[in-house]
Design a protein around this ligand. Structure first.
Ligand code: TRP
Length: 328
């Protein structure tokens, strides 16, 4: 790995199988970055515990499925470091040390903290661990002295807090850490099949691991213009989820598509059939890589073990430096 390149770190919570929204919103960016930067991509399983500590039965399976999706999408363990956060204990030690210097008030005012407390009512997440979520995230980033952090907009407050912790640490001890910058993911906002945000909890997603038959069935279930009952009714592409998808996956013919819809020349059934074919073609290389990944038993475990070893090499050096300047 070339030391000259800037260091990138980003993580995902192990939610299991990923969907097209995850691919366009994040993973595709990671795949591009692995050629330009020195990249660390942890599965942040400790972060999963901050809200999901009660039921951990599926955690291992979810980690496995997500890493299979990462590899199928084109992340290459030769080009980037893929590992489990909990395999590299230095994240935990740095989290502990940073927690000593992080004022409670900084954590209490993080907007995601207040929001989630409200949204996840019924689950007891007013815990010490959950409050410390952004400190753990800061540790993930800083333990590799990453300077670029690709994230979605929702993570910006966490990045800001990381930068504040860096300034405080560098001021109190010695300038050990660079201030990391957020790299906002190029957002191709892919709506769910029903027009709402694509999310597993709504069941409106297309998984990266979907078979051609599943893709067809999903596309058939998509919501089109509710005012268009018969094929002879003129359609309104701007309110149609199928049209939003065609903009992204069939951009070359989008002008004709719009005309045919407004002019009631092509019906929704045909329009969906064409989209399903485009999506199946789009997913084909991912499906093919998945076949290769799944044909190698033990591959995911090997990738994670090797990744943890490479991550630890860097992380342990940072921790030695941190302990030294903190007098520990
Ligand atoms: N909080 C991030 C999310 O929910 C996941 C995450 C954990 C992360 N540690 C990170 C992202 C470090 C970027 C860098 O999406």
């Amino acid at each position: 790995m070339n030391q000259e390149r800037e260091t990138v770190l980003s993580g995902m919570r192990p939610t299991g199988r990923l969907h097209l929204g995850n691919l366009l919103g994040a993973l595709d960016n990671w795949v591009k970055m692995q050629d330009q930067y020195r990249c660390f991509f942890p599965v942040v399983d400790w972060h999963a515990l901050t809200t999901g500590y009660e039921d951990t039965a599926e955690l291992r399976e979810n980690i496995y499925q997500m890493v299979v999706d990462w590899l199928s999408a084109g992340l290459d363990p030769k080009k980037c470091v893929i590992f489990r956060q909990s395999h590299v204990k230095e994240h935990a030690e740095l989290h502990l040390l940073l927690s000593m210097i992080t004022p409670l008030a900084w954590l209490e005012r993080v907007p995601t903290y207040k929001e989630q407390l409200r949204e996840l009512q019924g689950r007891e997440i007013a815990t010490y661990g959950f409050l410390g979520y952004p400190v753990l995230m800061a540790a993930d980033i800083l333990v590799y002295k990453a300077t670029k952090v690709p994230v979605g907009e929702d993570q910006l407050p966490h990045l800001e807090l990381t930068r504040e912790i860096v300034r405080r640490f560098n001021y109190l001890y010695k300038p050990v850490f660079p201030e990391p910058q957020a790299l906002l993911n190029r957002v191709t906002l892919l709506p769910g099949l029903d027009g709402r945000k694509m999310s597993k909890s709504y069941g409106n997603q297309i998984d990266l691991s979907a078979t051609p038959e599943e893709v067809k069935a999903k596309v058939e279930s998509m919501i089109t213009d509710p005012a268009r009952i018969k094929k002879s009714d003129p359609g309104h592409p701007d309110v149609c989820a199928v049209f939003q998808y065609r903009k992204i996956f069939m951009p070359r013919t989008i002008g004709e598509t719009e005309e045919a819809c407004r002019g009631a020349k092509v019906g929704c059934v045909q329009c969906k059939r064409e989209l399903a074919k485009a999506l199946v073609d789009f997913l084909a290389p991912i499906t093919e890589r998945r076949r290769q990944v799944e044909a190698q038993p033990g591959l995911v475990e090997d990738v994670l073990r090797d990744g943890a070893a490479r991550a630890r090499e860097v992380a342990s050096q940072t921790l030695a430096e941190v302990r030294d300047v903190m007098g520990i």
